[in-house]
Design a protein around this ligand. Structure first.
Ligand SMILES: [Zn+2]
Length: 367
């Protein structure tokens, strides 16, 4: 039910009316906080530069920003499930109350006519994510925006003038994230940035890319306005882009008796470039080390397996289980995401394993 409502809400086939840029959904991720403040200081300029739609600028968790913490009571960016937003019994925390306010301001979630057509929610990660755009797999418009960004910045990425750009898909089920209350939207993640700090280069790249996204949204809006010259200047073009799909969350190794963490991210994995910017990880990659031993990727993904061959067979089974065309294991490369992400220690996620696949997306392209 919720997924169906979400799916219809993701359809953006015409002009956009209102776009929101949000920061501080996690109060200690200062990249977005300071960028939204800068945009607020220059709101008039922004309005003149992008006249096709209204742009709203919101610091979404002011209480958490004030104390320079991810959240006050609980993670705001997990509070946007439709059922929770409608449940009065869930209003016990500061973030639940705030989620409902934001849903009224920018949603409501699942509505055919939400107040905002697109949300860019600005985050940063302590891991080496480069620029990672996260969105719902059914959100074709968000995929289009992300595909445009990848295409547009490919030359700069090539010469390392900007960080690699990746797309990480949320799960197919309903998402609890802020951008899901809008018609379409993305979580814009950049890293590595320590909590409570700003990295100037990534801040500047984020600003440039937000402008590029707004320009694309403006082209999209004009393209669907009859009589607009944009319709003569642009055409739709199909591009194939890589997307990364979550395969497994990997928790830290722990002592059986006490439950205390006993193994840490290995030097081989620490700081590795993630997703599109990084290498595919062989199954014999050492991912954890402790005082006496080490664990490989195969060990943590397939603890019941002793032989790597068995692990490879598991990957083939996974391909079959997901209903994809039978493919040999080379097509199921594994990539790391959120390695040693500081905010995920409390969630017991040491890193996320993803697989890469290609999707076809129609983007607007200057003739
Ligand atoms: Zn965040």
């Amino acid at each position: 039910m919720a997924e169906q409502r979400g799916r219809s809400a993701y359809n953006v086939s015409n002009a956009l009316q209102r776009v929101a840029i949000t920061g501080g959904t996690h109060g200690n991720e200062l990249n977005g906080v300071f960028l939204v403040k800068e945009f607020q200081r220059n709101a008039q300029e922004l309005k003149e530069r992008y006249p096709s739609f209204e742009i709203e600028l919101h610091l979404t968790n002011a209480a958490a920003i004030a104390v320079n913490r991810r959240y006050v009571d609980e993670d705001l960016n997990r509070c946007f499930m439709a059922g929770d937003l409608a449940d009065d019994a869930k209003l016990a925390t500061l973030e639940r109350v705030r989620a409902r306010e934001l849903d009224a301001l920018l949603g409501p979630k699942g509505s055919e006519t939400p107040r905002t057509d697109f949300i860019i929610d600005l985050h940063n990660s302590t891991s080496n994510t480069g620029v990672t755009i996260c969105c719902h797999p059914n959100d074709q418009f968000a995929l289009q925006v992300a595909a445009h960004l990848i295409t547009r910045y490919a030359p700069q990425v090539e010469v390392q003038a900007c960080p690699p750009i990746s797309i990480a898909l949320w799960g197919k089920e309903e998402a609890p994230f802020l951008p899901s209350i809008s018609r379409s939207g993305i979580t814009f993640e950049v890293g590595p940035v320590s909590h409570g700090t700003v990295v100037a280069s990534l801040y500047q790249h984020t600003k440039d890319m937000v402008f590029e996204i707004l320009s694309y949204l403006q082209v999209h809006s004009s393209f669907f306005t009859s009589g607009s010259p944009t319709a003569q200047q642009y055409q739709q073009k199909r591009v194939e882009i890589p997307v990364f799909v979550r395969y497994a969350n990997v928790g830290y190794p722990r002592f059986a008796a006490s439950g205390e963490v006993k193994g840490f991210i290995s030097p081989q994995l620490q700081g590795i470039r993630e997703l599109a910017g990084g290498p595919a990880l062989p199954l014999d990659t050492v991912v954890f080390v402790d005082e006496a031993s080490s664990l490989t990727l195969a060990d943590v993904l397939f603890p019941e397996s002793i032989e790597a061959k068995q692990a490879l067979n598991c990957l083939v089974s996974f391909a079959a289980a997901t209903g994809e065309q039978p493919q040999h294991t080379a097509a199921l490369e594994l990539f790391a995401l959120f390695v040693n992400e500081a905010a995920y220690w409390e969630k017991d996620v040491a890193f996320v394993v993803t697989t890469k696949r290609l999707v076809a997306v129609d983007i607007l392209y200057l003739i």
